[in-house]
Design a protein around this ligand. Structure first.
Ligand code: HEM
Length: 260
């Protein structure tokens, strides 16, 4: 079980002062929507979350228009029937399959897991002592999950090593624990067309590596939308404690100075 450790990548949200890159989160949402959403749900995310500050930060009008592009199940109405209507900002992003059974049936027996918290779910996959470091808010290496997702999306090999037999419906992936994953290679170069910059040229390359970075950053945001607030609160708490410690030390010296 287990493969090589994911490479440690550079993320804009890493470290004490890290932040999400709004443009990247918007691209990542586009990749989710055009590719991953064919199989994976994102059940904890509502359209209006996509307009929140610190996230993809779409405008209210964009969120409304976006939601309206989806069909959402609602009901029962007065005659007891379920019906479909255009999505609204308060709706959850609709899932591709009605339930896990249907999802598994469409994917060779394995249901694609919900991606909302995936970037956190794999945080401890490195094992060992990483989990201690991960819990120290200031060392704050919370990126094993994103590193893993990035590695997984880039980890497909056409030719599995000779000693591995890939069963039908399985796909060889260097970074998936056990190496045989039910998810076919989801991304290929040029698959998603990003908005061009003002000069008509692509702002970032349309490659598997870039798509996977963007969608991973987006999934980190869905898993920890308040990451930045948490970091800044932690930083202020530590500063406060430092000042308080200094003050207490000084006061103690002063009060006890005549005792010797
Ligand atoms: C599993 C991400 C697209 C089908 C997974 C896992 C992740 C993931 C992180 C969990 C791996 C693990 O358990 O360690 C993504 C992303 C996608 C994407 C980011 C878009 C870029 C797709 C598509 C399909 C699909 C398009 C269907 C054609 C599956 C299935 C599994 C899976 C069936 C379960 C695999 C297993 O348990 O063997 N995906 N996925 N995924 N995905 Fe995807």
């Amino acid at each position: 079980e287990g493969g090589p450790l994911p490479h440690r990548e550079k993320w804009t949200f890493s470290g004490m002062f890290g932040t999400f890159d709004q443009a990247q989160l918007q691209r990542g949402f586009q990749v989710y929507r055009e590719v991953c959403a064919n199989c994976h749900s994102l059940s904890y995310v509502r359209f209006r979350n996509l307009g929140e500050e610190g996230g993809p930060d779409f405008s209210a009008a964009q969120v409304k228009a976006l939601a309206a592009e989806y069909k959402v199940k609602d009901g029962p109405n007065d005659s007891g029937d379920m019906f479909e209507r255009p999505g609204r900002p308060a709706d959850k992003i609709p899932a591709p399959f009605p339930n896990d059974q249907a999802a598994a049936a469409a994917n060779g027996g394995k249901a694609p897991p919900d991606l909302s918290l995936m970037a956190k779910a794999r945080t401890f996959a490195r094992g060992g002592l990483w989990f201690i470091i991960d819990w120290l808010p200031f060392v704050g290496y919370t990126e094993q999950g994103p590193d893993y997702i990035h590695a997984l999306l880039n980890g497909y090999k056409d030719e599995p090593p000779k000693d591995v037999t890939v069963p039908p419906g399985g796909h060889y992936n260097e970074f998936y624990p056990g190496h045989v994953i039910a998810m076919p290679k989801p991304l290929s170069d040029g698959q998603v067309t990003y908005a061009k910059g003002a000069d008509g040229k692509p702002v970032v390359p349309e490659t598997v590596d870039q798509y996977s970075r963007d969608v991973t950053a987006f999934l980190m945001w869905t898993a920890e939308p308040h990451l930045l607030a948490r970091k800044s609160l932690g930083l202020r708490a530590i500063l406060f404690l430092l000042v308080l410690a200094g003050l207490l030390y000084y006061v103690k010296k002063k009060i006890w100075s005549d005792v010797g």
